[in-house]
Design a binder for this molecule. Structure first.
Ligand SMILES: Nc1ncnc2c1ncn2[C@@H]1O[C@H](COP(=O)(O)OP(=O)(O)OP(=O)(O)O)[C@@H](O)[C@H]1O
Length: 450
């Protein structure tokens, strides 16, 4: 059956445009509405656009048509059935992943088609589950070899991704027929690398979730072999490329240790500044194949719409009393207070200098109960504490991208209509900085008056 629908695309520039200008001038979100007769009932969202150099790029969201209702009714089972093993999908259902989020509805068909992808969508939109389902679709459960690799920038994000992957891989109720379950190794900074070394030698896991430093160490010691890797995911890719040390190691890994032909490469983040340039680099440097697909969802609304932004102007010495006022007023069930520097507030801190075990204990404690977490930007990337209702910026973040990721630690309940808030405490002279973030990220910040 043919479905007729109107789609809006973010057109990618042709490579000649990219090459002709180093200061790229193509508008970030040029939207062209094209009426398209869509031939694939199940694949309504993606229509790769071929540029003059043959690169397949962006396809965006489908809006307001009769086809929408049918598409919105599709479950994860409908979208992934036949590709992702049944026991994984059953397990996903058991833990509450029944309907896909909007983003998963867009991402999964492209991911499961085997194309290299750049997943670029709001914080908390469900990118992790999307790429994990891809991984489970690609690995051979009977084969003991590292077949999927997820690279993360921090230990905390690695622990979180590992937890979700293990939950999905766990035996579902009554699934006794599965001969061998999938093993998932977390190869993270501060971990027990000696133990991992013996594990890798004795019986390699199917999936490894790793920070760059630990991964490099294992590769250099010839303990970890990557020649069986079929799926490579780099989460928070812009963050990794921002650190010169991590970027160097990642580049090496993308080109020297893994061949692009044999693997499917996925880059994910809520923020990929200069994404046109990034896509160009992906192809030029052979990090991905030429027909990499960039899925840029919510490009005009990079933060969830049920997230409200406020600011309160106060002098430096009034910051703490203003924060206390806000806490008394909001009575947040769970919240994160972001500070610029360690030691800026005398409360238990989640920060780089706290040792790994203490960090892990703190996190498991706060997951159990309501919390008031004070953190540096260590907690701003990928962290999933879904019960967080309020974010306070005790200090303004340095960049708009940092603001986006801090704000994204709340509003992480995909189907909730609840209101969440982020409030920034600023000095009068910082108003223009916040205004710049507002312009860049396209949101409006309302002043709180005491
Ligand atoms: N299909 C789904 N149904 C219900 N909940 C979901 C679904 N997919 C994801 N979630 C939940 O939504 C929350 C956010 O998901 P996830 O951490 O994957 O977001 P993300 O896009 O990776 O965010 P970030 O960019 O901040 O890392 C998690 O608590 C996750 O369990």
């Amino acid at each position: 059956m043919l479905a007729s629908t109107t789609m809006s695309f973010t057109m990618a520039p042709s490579w000649s445009q990219i090459l002709s200008t180093s200061q790229f001038t193509f508008p970030e979100n040029p939207t062209t509405k094209l009426p398209i007769r869509f031939p694939y009932e199940r694949w309504p969202f993606h229509f790769p656009i071929r540029t003059s150099r043959g690169l397949c790029l962006a396809a965006l969201s489908c809006r307001g048509t009769s086809a929408d209702a049918a598409v919105e009714a599709l479950t994860l089972q409908d979208i992934c059935g036949g590709k992702v093993p049944q026991h994984i999908l059953k397990r996903a259902e058991e833990v509450g992943y029944v309907m896909p989020t909007d983003i998963q509805r867009q991402f999964l068909p492209v991911l499961l088609s085997g194309k290299d992808c750049v997943l670029h969508a709001q914080t908390g939109s469900g990118k992790t589950l999307a790429y994990l389902l891809l991984i489970f679709s690609a690995i051979n459960f009977q084969r003991s070899a590292v077949q999927a690799l997820v690279i993360v920038p921090t230990r905390e994000l690695g622990m979180q991704v590992t937890k979700v992957a293990r939950i999905l891989a766990a035996k579902s109720t009554g699934a006794h027929h599965i001969q061998k379950s999938c093993t998932i190794m977390a190869l993270l900074d501060g971990g027990m690398l000696k133990r991992h070394k013996s594990w890798l030698k004795a019986e390699p896991p199917e999936v490894v979730i790793a920070t760059i430093a630990s991964l490099t160490q294992m590769i250099e010691r010839h303990v970890l072999k990557l020649d069986s890797v079929r799926v490579l995911v780099v989460d928070e890719v812009d963050f990794i490329f921002n650190s010169s040390k991590q970027a160097h190691a990642l580049r090496k890994l993308l080109t020297a240790h893994l061949t692009i032909k044999c693997r499917q490469t996925v880059f994910a983040s809520a923020s990929i500044p200069q994404h046109h340039r990034f896509l160009y680099d992906c192809v030029q440097h052979k990090w991905t194949k030429n027909d990499v697909v960039h899925i840029h969802a919510n490009s005009v609304e990079p933060m969830p719409s049920n997230l409200y932004h406020n600011f309160l102007i106060c002098r430096k010495e009034e910051r703490l009393s203003s924060l206390l006022y806000l806490l008394r007023r909001d009575v947040p069930r769970s919240s994160i207070i972001f500070v610029a520097e360690q030691g800026d507030l005398e409360i238990a801190l989640l920060e780089e200098d706290v040792n790994f075990n203490a960090r892990a204990t703190l996190l498991s404690d706060i997951r159990e109960t309501g919390f008031l977490l004070v953190a540096t930007d260590l907690a701003s990337r990928g962290f999933d504490l879904p019960q967080t209702t309020h974010i306070y910026n005790f200090h303004l973040p340095r960049t708009a991208v940092d603001y986006l990721h801090r704000a994204g630690r709340t509003a992480r309940l995909p189907f909730s209509t609840q209101r969440f808030s982020v409030t920034s405490l600023i000095q009068p002279e910082e108003r223009f900085v916040l205004q710049r973030f507002e312009n860049e990220l396209m949101f409006r910040c309302i002043e709180v008056v005491l």
